[in-house]
Design a binder for this molecule. Structure first.
Ligand code: GAL
Length: 628
């Protein structure tokens, strides 16, 4: 019953939202190709008029294997101006095939593929406010149908970077997980994640024998022989005050009791990674304060491997990684953990040496370097799999079981991260090969289409398979400066899309591996990653991945139950226009009579009997709590 009320509220409000942008339904059109047609001053009065929601063939234009130009004339009102940092989105619907798009004569976007939605974000400076603007689109079409189709074009404002996370207090505040799992006898590597003014002194009550604290760095090390739950009190003090937090060190068979948080080299450096770059990001993890929020893994992805194996079959590094053991020691000395990458095939995806036939040697070498995390990427193994007639699920498991045995023989805990893009419903069997996480999809990239497909569409229904010790992995974060090469750029996701990305990954209990150059991290990205209340959702000890409750008119509501009885709820707006949403005292988990609703990004309690505007591709992330 209540669900119906909410659905209606969203439907009604969607219609209201249409005022927040400009819909363009028709354009001038001519067959042919002429660069002069990009100019705003070109006289196109004699051209045809075509609708933008229907292809040109359906409108009587026979123009295949050729060019055609659309010219959209639109007055953009200064009410859409926003702030200096804001931008303008040209959402051109779907175009078949390739296009080049000009705003007032300036090239603003180009897409070679076909049938994909065109969304170009352009600088406000190119807009002629309150006057006519010309969006000229040069379209090449191979086979029919051709040109624009699907829906009218839509022009709207896109927010520039805006920070929601309130500044952290100068006094110490614990932001890390409430538990840490380690196997008996394995090294304990744990950094106390307190924010606040430095220097800080740390203390821990209840430490078991064998574990020591570096009270200046706040780093726990050592090992515990006896299985058991060790309740500790973590403490920190600085010039401004002190804080403490209850914590459990769980010594037993399970590790990764909360999803891993840290950094991986791939989304920024790709194969141009080097030890120097990794060190710069590792040092920045500490100096920027990210480590004070629980980010602790520093993972080297592909491209560290030597060209050939050593004569004894062991693997070494290439010249870009002169000292892996030194890297591991530095990380451990700072309470951080060291990750590495390989493939069960003879070659990795980047064409480097894989572990096939050398699984034991590789596990031993990694142990000698102090590796704490292995991402094991299918890639070159497709040759072995393809050559065999056995394509059962057992055949998919085989290479992962093999490496798992050797990892477990090492005298340290190695987080086992499967990367095989979700084949054979890996979430159904990943835990049986003792994996701590498994990639559920193909590679992510820094576009809304990618985040939408991987995050919203492909994680739906996977929640039963995730939990403490074994997590669904929808791939690494695409915020900050990324580029998969030496050419880094700011993430192409808008700020609102980045808030949705981080909110969804927090709700999904996803691996939180940052993929940008940390040595050049900006304030917006840092605040996005260092909201302790948002991160607490990801790190909640119950480990319940969110499920999708409602999908209606481009609004998706995802929720997850939390260990303190609260419920975290993300109300996501997948539409191109902002949508006002009325909370009305009940959303998502309908039966809950909430005593409080907290906006987690802004970190403040908000009234339920009110309407909130959820930006286009943005989110309202709340926590509902009841004292009952
Ligand atoms: C891909 C993997 C990426 C990255 C890359 C390295 O298969 O999905 O995340 O690890 O290989 O070559």
């Amino acid at each position: 019953m209540k669900r119906t009320i909410i659905t209606l509220a969203i439907l009604l409000l969607c219609r209201l939202a249409l005022a927040q942008g400009i819909s363009v339904e028709t354009a001038k059109f001519r067959v042919g190709d002429n660069p002069a047609w990009a100019s705003p001053s070109f006289n196109d009065t004699s051209w045809d008029v075509l609708r933008l929601d229907t292809d040109w063939n359906a409108q009587g234009i026979d123009n295949d294997n050729a060019y055609g130009w659309y010219r959209l004339h639109v007055v953009i009102p200064s009410s859409l101006k926003g702030r200096d940092s804001d931008k303008i989105l040209l959402a051109l619907g779907t175009i078949d095939d390739a296009d080049e798009t000009f705003l007032n004569g300036v090239l603003v976007g180009k897409t070679d593929g076909y049938d994909s939605p065109r969304r170009y974000i352009v600088d406000r400076k190119l807009v002629r406010w309150d006057k006519e603007n010309v969006i000229a689109v040069r379209v090449y079409n191979g086979d029919p149908p051709g040109g624009f189709y699907g829906k009218p074009a839509w022009i709207t404002l896109v927010s520039g970077p805006y920070i929601l996370t309130p500044p952290a207090p100068a006094t110490p505040r614990y932001n890390g997980p409430a538990v840490f799992g380690v196997r008996p006898g394995s090294p304990v590597i744990f950094r106390l994640a307190f924010s606040g003014e430095k220097p800080m002194r740390y203390a821990v009550e209840g430490l078991p024998d064998g574990v020591v604290l570096d009270s200046e760095k706040g780093v726990l090390s050592g090992s515990v022989k006896e299985e058991g739950d060790y309740p500790l009190v973590l403490k920190a003090r600085n010039a401004k005050g002190s804080a403490s937090a209850s914590f459990t060190l769980k010594v037993g068979s399970r590790i990764a009791l909360t999803p891993p948080m840290g950094w991986n080299s791939w989304n920024c450096w790709g194969t141009s990674v080097s030890q120097k770059k990794v060190m710069e990001s590792a040092m920045a993890l500490v100096s920027s304060g990210l480590a004070d929020y629980g980010y602790s893994y520093v993972n080297v992805d592909d491209a560290w491997e030597a060209a050939e194996r050593n004569p004894d079959g062991t693997i070494g590094t290439n010249e870009n990684f002169p000292d892996m053991k030194g890297l591991g020691d530095w990380l451990h000395g700072n309470g951080l953990k060291f990750g590495i990458y390989s493939s069960p095939g003879d070659r990795t995806c980047g064409g480097y040496l894989g572990s096939l036939g050398h699984e034991k040697e590789d596990a031993e070498v990694w142990n000698s370097w102090g590796v704490d995390y292995l991402k094991y990427d299918w890639c070159g193994y497709s040759k072995v799999y393809g050559a065999s007639s056995d394509h059962s699920v057992a055949a998919l498991l085989r290479p992962y079981i093999k490496m798992q045995q050797y990892l477990r023989e090492q005298p340290r805990d190695i987080f086992y991260s499967l990367c095989q893009y979700g084949m054979g419903n890996v979430w159904e069997w990943g835990a049986f090969v003792d994996a701590n996480s498994w990639r559920t999809t193909v590679d992510i990239t820094d576009t809304w289409e990618s985040v939408r497909s991987i995050g919203f569409e492909q994680q739906d229904g996977l929640h039963p398979y995730s939990g403490p010790g074994h997590w669904n992995d929808p791939d690494m974060l695409v915020v900050g400066k990324v580029g998969w090469s030496d050419n880094l750029r700011d993430s192409r996701l808008t700020p609102d899309e980045q808030y949705s990305h981080i909110s969804l990954w927090a709700l999904l209990a996803a691996n939180m591996l940052i993929g940008c150059d940390l040595s050049r991290i900006d304030d917006f990205t840092l605040n996005l990653l260092c909201n302790n209340e948002v991160n607490a959702i990801n790190q909640d000890v119950l480990g319940r991945q969110a499920h999708k409750d409602i999908e209606e008119d481009g609004i998706e509501i995802w929720s997850r139950e939390l260990s303190d009885g609260g419920i975290a709820i993300g109300i996501f707006n997948l539409n191109e226009a902002p949508v006002p949403v009325y909370l009305g005292g009940a959303i998502g988990k309908i039966d809950l009579e909430a005593d409080s609703v907290r906006d987690l990004w802004r970190q403040k309690d908000i009234p339920t009997d009110a309407t909130y505007t959820v930006p286009s591709h943005g989110v309202l992330l709340v926590k509902m709590k009841t004292s009952k």
